[in-house]
Design a protein around this ligand. Sequence first.
Ligand code: ADP
Ligand code: TZD
Ligand code: MG
Length: 573
Amino acid sequence: MTETSTPTDPQGDLTDGFHLIIDALKLNGVETVYHVPGIPVTDLGRMMQAEGLRVISFRHESNAGNAAAIAGYLTRKPGVCLTVSAPGFLNGLVALSHATTNCWPMILISGSSEREIVDLQKGDYEEMDQLAIAKPLCKAAYRILRAEDIGIGIARAVRAAVSGRPGGVYLDLPASLMGQVMDAAAGAKTLIEVVDPAPAQFPAQAAVDRALDVLSSARKPLIILGKGAAYAQCDALVRQFVETSGIPYLAMSMAKGLLPDDHGQYAGAARSLALKDSDCVMLIGARLNWLLSHGRGKQWGEPHGKRFVHIDIDPKEMDSNQPIAAPLVGDIESCLTMLLAGMGDWSAPDAAWTGAIADKAAANVARMGARLMNNNVPMDYHGALGRLKSVFADHPDAILVNEGANTLDFARSIIDMSKPRKRLDVGTWGVMGIGMGTAIAAAVETGQPVVAIEGDSAFGFSGMEVETICRYGLPVCVVVFNNSGIYRGTDTDPTGRDPAPTVFVREAQYDLMMTAFGGAGVTARSPDDLEQAVRAAIASRRPTLVNAIIDPSTGTESGRIGNLNPQSVVKKK
Ligand code: ADP
Ligand code: TZD
Ligand code: MG
């Protein structure tokens, strides 16, 4: 680039929308883009790859979007998904709202048709007012119309995604933006590297003192760690706080492993007792939403006078379900740093309380042990998952992706995690279909082996991405828990006409889907076969699908959340 260049110089002292978009993303630390090509972003994807961004090209935008969402969770940087207009954009929206619901930073970038045609509804190729549609479904949404605004547009998207409570951002890029030409030096000056995108937010000292008062006056305190605490990536500090406090803790699904699940203070195996009998509950990056029964009901020992301490970066989260006696609004690292500074002469909770939880947990673990050792054929969930538990115990760095109903609920409680952010699942909404996108991003972002434990229904939502796994040669082992159905494979149509809505083709050969693309496919009928196949897959790092045949009659309706199904007063015939 020279000072004398002009916008008409054909020799390359020009830049354009394509390159400004790429430069702005790179300047802000974006390394990978999850993508499906097509008009008007095909060349943008090609140029991204040529300019050194890693471009992972998917078979469906939902999966590319889910990959971007989980990349955001794993890295604390916005995961980027790039799609075409209208249908591709709409396909990406479920993942964008999923990211927002889960408080993960993500940017959905979609190409769009020309404003002058869209706004007059003249009927353009893939015409749609995408910005208007995205707005209510994400944290922020922007459209960039001029090349000189690309720097600002991307800076705003990055900051909106990661600051405060993280979430999904939509960025609309009309086709005509990409070809707009600018002088390269002038263009470079328009780019913005976001400074301190997720600034520390300290709570007031008075709020910290109040929280310590409430906690220290409790007789039966309990800590609940949520995925916000895992996201915060201050793992050593979380551990130091929990250990200094001596308080028993529970981990929400994706917070498992933040402290190792075999930690002496882990109350996971005594969850019912801990929730029911505690008198004070401290939430760290966990919401009192449906996953915690809104803090009420039998499970919580209602009527209860429990006092809550709640750390969250979003002040609106306080009192959302229960009165919060001590709100700590700030980021977890800052809050815990201040709490620890005030815990000088801390005394551990009553040994009767911690002892009761430890005893109950030990008894439950012992009771479960025998079921996990079974070698039944056909396999049940316990026999199959007992073996996978031992595989994960030997591979603490492997990442577990998990979706399904019974497959999800049993795997969550059976398989211990010993390191943070190793368990990736369906999140706050319980979305089926996150599986392959999540597995791909986990492998791409971390380089670690991934084992995706998938209900056969769940797998079906994103199964075509096994081709993507093979194409990029990713170390992903998909284990399909094949019970030939949703919850069970035994339902029938009372009229005798069709298959029941919850059943699939009996013992479908999902393993052939992987061999079709050059990966390894295995059928496992016994726990021994299953364990051996998964160990071999991890050792080889070769794309593998293990079709684990599960007894179709052993699952329960909706796994552990059957109580959420509405009931009909009309008797079943
Ligand atoms: P879980 O499903 O594991 O219970 P949730 O997704 O319900 O977790 O809650 C995560 C919470 O963590 C959200 O309310 C979010 O605002 C909060 N959060 C995310 N990052 C941070 C952070 N760095 N500091 C404080 N709170 C955070
Ligand atoms: N669609 C979407 C996007 N998300 C959902 N959660 C559902 C539908 C409903 N659903 C569940 O909540 S679990 C599930 C569905 C379809 C599948 C359960 O069957 P599975 O697992 O084979 O994956 P199990 O082991 O047979 O229970
Ligand atoms: Mg199933």
